[in-house]
Design a protein around this ligand. Structure first.
Ligand code: SF4
Length: 301
C-alpha cells in the first residue's frame, strides 16, 4: 500500500526503505488513491504549470483592477520600478507572486496551490527558480509533486485553510511547498528539503486570516509576495544544512495547535485584525452598498 502522508518522518522512512525519491512516493500515492496513470498525473501537472505561468504573465501584462478597487495593478508597478531593493531577481520574484495572486483577486484563472488565497506563491517561486537556474520542466513537475506531498501532511497535521487555521495555514503551507520545491530543484537531500519546510513554517506561525471586507485581496495579495520571499530565505538557510532545531513534524503540530487556539474572528470571518480597522470597516460598508445597488430591481421582474 502507498504511503499515506501522515508525517514527514514517515515519508522519509518509507522513501529510504523503498529506495524511492520523495516525489516518487507522492506519485505512487496519487496512482493508488485516485487510480490515475503516471502519464495522466504528469499531464495534469503540466497543465497546472502552464496555468501558473499564464497567471504570472496575465498579471504582468493585463489590467488587474478588482471590483472593490483595492487591487490596482500593483504587480506591474513593482516589476517596472527602476530601483531594485536587493536585486532585479528579487524584484521579479515579488512582482510575479503579486501578479498571479492579483489574477485570482480579479477572478482570473489560477491554480489553488494549496488554495486560491495563496495562489501567487508557487507560480512566483517556480517561475523565478526556473529562470534563474535553468531548471527543466520535468524537474519543475517533480517539484510540484513533492510540494503536493508537503501540503498533504500539513493538511492532516494542521490545516491548509484560513477559515480553520488562519493565514499561517494558507500562505504558510504554500510557502513551505515553495521552499521545499526550491531545495529539491537545487539538489538538496531529504533533510534539507524538510528543514526548508520547518524553517518556512517557523517564520509564518501565528499569522491570522483577516481579509478586508471578506474579499481575498487585502492583505492576501501582499502576503503572497512576503511568503514567496520567506520560501526563498528559508531555502537558502536549509540548503546550507542549518538545522531548524525543532523537527518538521513538531513544527507543523505547533501550527495546528496555534490554529486551533486562534479566535474565530481571525479565521476568515472578517471580524478581526485588518478587517476590523476603521478603514477596513469603511471599505466593507462601501462594498456592501455597491453590491446592494447592483442587485436586480425586484419591481422590474
Ligand atoms: S488573509 Fe485569509 S483569505 Fe487572505 S490569503 Fe490569508 S488565509 Fe487566505
Amino acid at each position: 500500500m502507498a504511503y499515506l502522508f501522515e508525517s514527514f518522518a514517515g515519508w522519509k522512512e518509507y522513501a529510504e526503505a523503498k529506495k524511492m525519491a520523495l516525489h516518487e512516493v507522492v506519485l505512487e500515492y496519487e496512482h493508488e488513491q485516485k487510480g490515475r496513470s503516471r502519464e495522466e498525473i504528469y499531464t495534469g501537472l503540466s497543465r497546472a504549470w502552464d496555468v501558473m505561468k499564464d497567471a504570472v504573465r496575465t498579471g504582468l501584462e493585463e489590467d488587474m483592477t478588482s471590483r472593490s478597487g483595492m487591487i490596482n495593478n500593483g504587480a506591474k508597478k513593482v516589476y517596472r520600478y527602476p530601483k531594485a531593493v536587493l536585486s532585479v531577481e528579487f524584484q521579479r520574484l515579488i512582482a510575479r507572486a503579486l501578479a498571479a495572486k492579483e489574477v485570482n483577486s480579479c477572478m482570473g484563472r489560477v491554480v489553488a496551490a494549496p488554495t486560491a488565497g495563496a495562489s501567487g506563491i508557487m507560480p512566483g517561486v517556480l517561475f523565478t527558480l526556473q529562470e534563474l537556474h535553468a531548471i527543466d520542466d520535468q524537474q519543475i513537475l517533480d517539484a510540484m509533486l513533492l510540494a503536493a506531498g508537503i501540503a498533504l501532511i500539513m493538511e492532516q497535521k494542521a490545516s491548509i485553510a484560513g477559515a480553520v487555521g488562519g493565514c499561517q495555514a494558507e500562505t504558510g503551507t504554500a510557502a513551505a511547498m515553495g521552499s521545499g520545491a526550491i531545495v529539491f530543484c537545487l539538489g538538496g537531500d531529504t533533510d534539507q528539503v524538510f528543514n526548508a519546510v520547518a524553517i518556512t513554517v517557523q517564520c509564518m506561525l501565528g499569522l491570522v486570516c483577516d481579509p478586508v471586507a471578506g474579499l481575498v485581496e487585502v492583505p492576501c495579495v501582499v502576503r503572497n509576495a512576503s511568503a514567496a520571499a520567506i520560501a526563498n530565505s528559508s531555502a537558502q538557510i536549509a540548503l546550507a544544512s542549518v538545522s531548524s532545531v525543532i523537527p518538521v513534524d513538531e513544527v507543523i503540530e505547533a501550527m495546528g495547535e496555534i490554529g486551533a487556539s486562534m479566535e474565530t474572528r481571525y479565521k476568515e470571518t472578517a471580524l478581526g485584525g485588518l478587517a476590523a480597522t476603521k478603514t477596513g470597516q469603511a471599505i466593507a460598508k462601501k462594498v456592501l452598498i455597491r453590491d446592494i445597488e447592483m442587485l436586480p430591481d425586484q419591481d422590474a421582474v
